[in-house]
Design a protein around this ligand. Structure first.
Ligand code: S3P
Length: 429
């Protein structure tokens, strides 16, 4: 594990960036292409460690996947060509691989086992195991399937009506994938709006699905058909540089090719509410997803309350939003975000501990945090706890601290943003 010491950006940050491909869409592009019949070409694929876990998982099922940089070619041979892996599949740190693959692995007539790294092994899997069991899935695992490792005695599932207990796109996607492969019809009632990339990609890969409000209906025995796809830039990665420019004096940044799916753009809504100067233009559709350019410059921010329906729309951006709140005049309340406690690490604890170390005034609550601004940050050491988004929050904080910031375990950032430090260097010139 190596560390990096970062200096404040004394003259501001400037420039144009194009952030890497969206993590959620990259995972799904591999899943649909690998299950499909025919050859799919994916460009601007995220080569972060998490998405490579999904690639590797399908290679273990005998799917030929060629990756050259951010271009990926998947030789889909259809569902019947998949064969059971001999060895356990390693999901690494990737919650999305673990949850979405659970939907697939329980619904294919193959036996497989899977395990994760220490962080993923602590994250709840019962949220997918329980509803999949209602469809007839046979999944066993540690503590009755609450945690990885899991074993999937895959078989034809039967459609069911499922009322979701958590607001989670991963759970919804696992059920949609299982429903697509099952016998009969599956009806899913969502508890709230979550990212809809699976629904978008189902349409792209020729799968029919009906959505009426929070009710999703999918018929079974559907075989995806190959498709070519360009992955939009990840708004969750762009968020770090959007906040960087907003909080650093004398700064302005343009980020091109940012995915602007309305189920994902809550960070822009939230920062605008705080008073950030953000402009979005050049918006066009790439496949089924809107993309555009985001321009942001140094802004006077004010504290706000963030809660309710907005939270799932910016759940991964809360660490960097919390950093922005330390630079806002007044108090920011983040509520209804208990899900943060079961992310790559307990992100409420990790954000509070690290921001306090840097001199911020932050109080944890059960389902969020309270941040008092505006505070000059001092500098210090940030422990990422192996969580990419905590590491990047610390790195962006270094732009505005009085002293240096030491980021421990900087490698974890490769999980979602492999060229993060190159981009940081580029805008600091
Ligand atoms: C994801 C959904 C979210 C998000 C995660 C990616 C996805 O998780 O935090 O980084 O790709 O579906 P939940 O579904 O657990 O909210």
């Amino acid at each position: 594990m190596s560390e990096i010491k970062l200096q404040p950006a004394s003259t501001g940050i400037k420039g144009t960036l194009s952030v890497p491909g969206d993590k959620s869409i990259s995972h799904r592009s591999i899943i649909f292409s690998a299950l499909a019949e025919g050859t799919s070409h994916i460009s601007n694929f995220l080569t972060g460690e998490d998405c490579l876990r999904t690639v590797q998982a399908f290679r273990e099922f005998g799917v030929e996947i060629k990756q050259e940089g951010t271009n990926v070619t998947v030789q889909g041979k259809g569902l019947d060509a998949l064969r059971a892996p001999v060895n356990p599949i390693y999901f690494g740190n990737s919650g999305t691989t673990a949850r979405l693959m659970s939907g697939v692995l329980s619904a294919l007539p193959l036996f497989s086992t899977a395990y994760g790294d220490p962080s993923l092994s602590k994250r709840p899997m019962d949220r997918v195991v329980e509803p999949l069991s209602e469809m007839g899935a046979e999944i066993t695992g540690r503590e009755k399937g609450k945690f990885l490792p899991l074993a999937f005695n895959g078989q034809k599932l039967r459609g069911a009506t499922i009322e979701m207990k958590v607001k989670s796109a991963q759970v919804k996607s696992a059920l949609l994938l299982a429903g697509m492969l099952a016998e009969g019809e599956t009806v899913i009632y969502e508890k709230g709006i979550t990212r809809n990339h699976t629904e978008m990609l189902m349409s792209q890969y020729g799968i029919s699905l009906d959505k009426q409000g929070n009710k999703l209906t999918i018929s079974g025995n559907q075989q995806p058909q190959a498709s070519n796809l360009t992955v939009p830039g990840d708004i969750s990665s762009a968020a770090f540089f959007i906040v960087a420019a907003a909080i650093t004096p004398n700064s302005s940044i343009s980020i091109e090719n940012v995915g602007l799916n309305p189920t994902r753009d809550g960070i822009i809504t939230a920062l605008k509410k705080m008073g950030a100067h953000i402009e979005v233009d050049q918006v066009e559709k790439v496949g089924h997803e809107p993309v555009g350019r985001v321009y942001v410059k140094t802004s006077e921010l004010k504290g706000c309350t963030f809660e309710g329906e907005l939270i799932p729309n910016l759940i991964d951006e809360i660490p960097i939003l919390a950093l922005a709140a330390t630079q806002a005049e007044g108090t920011t309340y983040i509520k209804d975000a208990k899900e943060l406690r079961v992310k790559e690490t307990d992100r409420i604890e990790a954000v509070v501990t690290n921001l306090r170390k840097l001199g911020a005034e932050v109080e944890p609550t059960e389902d969020g945090m309270i941040i008092s601004g505006k505070n000059k940050l001092t500098g210090g050491s940030v422990d990422s706890y192996g969580d990419h988004r905590i590491g990047m929050m610390g790195a962006i904080a270094s732009l505005i601290t009085e002293g240096t910031v030491l980021i421990q375990d900087k490698e974890c950032i490769n999980i979602s943003y492999p060229n993060f430090f190159d981009h940081l260097k580029k805008v600091c010139k």
